[in-house]
Ligand binder design. Structure first.
Ligand code: BG6
Length: 489
């Protein structure tokens, strides 16, 4: 599938995501010849900018984010950019008095109905339904149109269903691309290749051989300036409902029969549907939540710069969570999947750790079980810890040594950012790496009872010092069954 000439219309087009991720990704696509001639990028924002203003702003703010950019391509890329002013907040609130933005967009798109048209909603989820209705009312939704939805897709199952209904009233499911940027990461895609293009793993990829799996996404950043969003999100909604559960699906799914959009997504959704619900009293046993507090020169969550003072909600929100999940099917019964994510941890590391069982019968003293580590970031790579004999003429001494595949050292090609791959897929009309409606809803169905129990609880999240490895509860979650997190994050 190659891209046709397209008009890419980005709502929230001057926002953080657009400036940091989308525009650099599109530039790289352009440089690699993957934007068809005539393709335009139309940013929609409140800014009141002209095309020239917007190009100037992108030149000033985005160019530096692209090391080694090509001036010739950059000029061509800037020439693709347009800006249309639209009062996003006002439109949603006042029911639509000001039509000028929609009129300007219609004028720009008129006569280009034969192009692919991509509406990228990088705006808050409450705007998704309104924008889709407005686009339809303005006659802008053509058969060649697609819509891209940024996360968060709702804040629970009911709100996600409502958004899906609203968007689904205008666009067919095959036209809807729900982003989870983790699926665009190189190493995440490589997980499928590792599992399904090699013979040696799949026969042992089950409860007979695997003791447990750990999925970690640890960040050093806090949430400065993000409290307005984060107070209502928390780590469970922000990271687990989407990114971590997607990683769990790719790790646990059955081999699909084909590498195609529906086959892969069918297998992922089966994993989500097989997750054992965590409800009632189990929530306390199988989940941990924490919130970072001031330590050294690092502020606590409640002290982070924000436009309003902290509220009760701020005090209750989790900036860290760890969960012991289980998949109820033949392959995985009895194998815990430990999920963990948090802000203000000591290191930025995302990885999947597959911990194998010990050998059935050992003839040497001192062995440790094998472990496969898939590092998503930083230093993308795969590491298999195996047992070897330490050289020496005396007694056999075992030593765990890593077999390492470092992507940086093995491949010289530039590793594309997740958004590059995903944007090019949207332009090519390939939804394989995007979430289908049933996936998103199945994920919320599992998350909802955990959220409800937390919300009804009178306990606050466990405090952990900013820069530490998270609350003690996370350690205990594994220690109870004699296990430990692979590496202190
Ligand atoms: C986003 C979350 O989806 O993912 C952020 O909203 C988080 O809170 C980010 O920081 C992490 O992405 P990455 O690619 O840096 O691991």
């Amino acid at each position: 599938e190659t891209a046709h000439t397209a008009d890419l219309i980005v709502f929230g087009g001057t926002g953080d995501l657009s400036m940091r991720k989308l525009l650099p990704a599109l530039y790289h696509g352009d440089r690699e010849g993957r934007l068809a001639p005539g393709t335009r990028v139309i940013a929609m924002s409140r800014g009141g900018l002209t095309d020239e203003d917007f190009r100037g702003k992108v030149d000033a703010e985005v160019r530096d984010r692209i090391p080694g950019g090509d001036p010739e391509v950059w000029r061509r890329f800037l020439g693709r950019l347009h800006h249309v002013s639209i009062d996003v907040g006002g439109r949603v609130a006042d029911g639509g008095a000001d039509r000028s933005g929609w009129d300007a967009l219609s004028a720009l798109l008129a006569g280009h109905e034969d192009r692919d048209r991509v509406f990228y909603l990088a705006s808050p989820p409450r705007t998704f339904g309104v924008f889709c209705r407005e686009l339809a009312a303005a006659g802008l939704v053509t058969p060649r149109s697609r819509v891209v939805l940024e996360k968060p897709l709702g804040h629970d199952l009911v709100s996600a269903q409502r958004i899906n209904d609203e968007v689904g009233a205008i666009f067919d499911e095959r036209q809807i691309f729900r982003i989870d940027h983790y699926l665009g990461k190189e190493t995440v895609q490589n997980l499928l290749v590792l599992r399904f293009a090699n013979a040696f793993l799949e026969p042992i990829w089950n409860s007979l051989w695997i003791d447990h799996v750990q999925i970690t996404a640890a960040e050093t950043v806090g949430t400065p300036g993000r409290r307005g969003y984060y107070d209502h999100a928390g780590a469970l909604r922000d990271m687990v409902q989407n990114h971590l559960l997607q990683l769990l699906c790719l790790t646990a799914m059955e081999p699909p029969a084909r590498n195609d959009r529906e086959a892969i997504r069918d297998e992922k959704v089966k994993v989500l549907q097989a997750l054992r619900p965590i409800t009632g009293g189990e929530v306390e046993r199988f989940t941990v939540r924490g919130q970072y507090v001031e330590s050294g020169d690092m502020p606590g969550y409640l002290d982070e710069p924000a436009s309003t003072p902290p509220t009760d909600e701020s005090r209750r929100v989790e900036t860290f969570t760890a969960i012991r999940a289980e998949i109820r099917n033949w392959r995985w019964a009895g194998v815990p999947f430990y999920l963990r994510t948090g802000k203000r941890l000591p290191r930025r590391v995302s990885e999947i750790v597959v911990q194998f069982k010990d050998v059935p019968h050992s003839i040497f003293p001192g062995g440790t079980p094998n472990r496969l580590v898939l590092r998503l970031q930083p230093e993308e790579g795969i590491r298999l810890h195996i047992m070897a004999k330490e050289p020496g003429a005396g007694e056999v001494t075992l030593k765990p040594v890593p077999l390492t595949l470092s992507f940086g050292e093995t491949f010289t090609a530039r590793v594309p950012e997740a958004y590059e791959r995903l944007l090019m897929d949207v332009l090519a009309g390939n939804p394989t790496l995007f979430m289908r409606r049933d996936e998103v809803e199945a994920a919320w169905r599992w998350i909802d009872p955990i959220l409800a129990t937390w919300e009804a609880s009178d306990q606050l999240p466990e405090p952990y010092p900013a820069g530490s490895a998270g609350p003690a509860g996370a350690h205990e979650l594994l220690a109870r069954s004699g296990r430990a997190w692979h590496e202190d994050v």
